[in-house]
Design a binder for this molecule. Sequence first.
Ligand code: HEM
Length: 185
Amino acid sequence: MNLKGFKGVLIYTTAIFLLSAVYSLYVFFFYPPFDEKETKLHEIGEVFGEAGLWLLVFIYGRTLLKIIWGKGKIAQRLLPDYYPSSKLSVVNQFLGLLNRTHVYFGITAVAVILIHVAMMGIPMQILFFPALIALVVWQGLFGLFLTWRYTPQQIRKFSYLVHAQFLTGIMIGFFAIFGHMLIET
Ligand code: HEM
């Protein structure tokens, strides 16, 4: 990522953070309190939520690794006597493994998060939650378009553009954190 791109992501992240914080304050002061039900179904649902969270951390960890790894390539071009150490090729191998398994982790993440939502009976009047469902389904849908062999080229290009970037992830992250803060009082 170049400096301009990095600045853009930083501005976008700040904007999503501020928007989420302001909306959270609005819900906090103007909505009736939400009590958490402590049933067996809820306890199982929480496990699915936790698993979904770790899957997302894992999935976006790959993206972070790619960004960091990209820096190595720049260093390679800038420094005449820069030789990638053998450690770097281990990273490369690891990235290869992550790339090959992403589809399975992706499908599992979407399924696990949707099961979590179904089991918890989440208050949809807090807009973070319908937005989160839409974003997760969005990732799943365009991920499928990317892998389906009959997807027309134009749609595949568009799918890559909207699926394979950090921006949806930043929204998913903030909406999930603020949404859960509002219901776990
Ligand atoms: C919540 C679920 C998902 C998230 C958060 C997610 C996220 C991402 C991200 C961030 C990338 C960019 C790769 C990178 O540079 O790191 C990517 C690429 C990709 N995803 Fe997903 N994804 C999800 C689900 C899926 C599903 C369900 C499929 C297919 C059925 C899929 C297929 C792909 C493909 C084919 C690519 C491009 C090739 C690659 O980089 O491996 N994803 N995804």
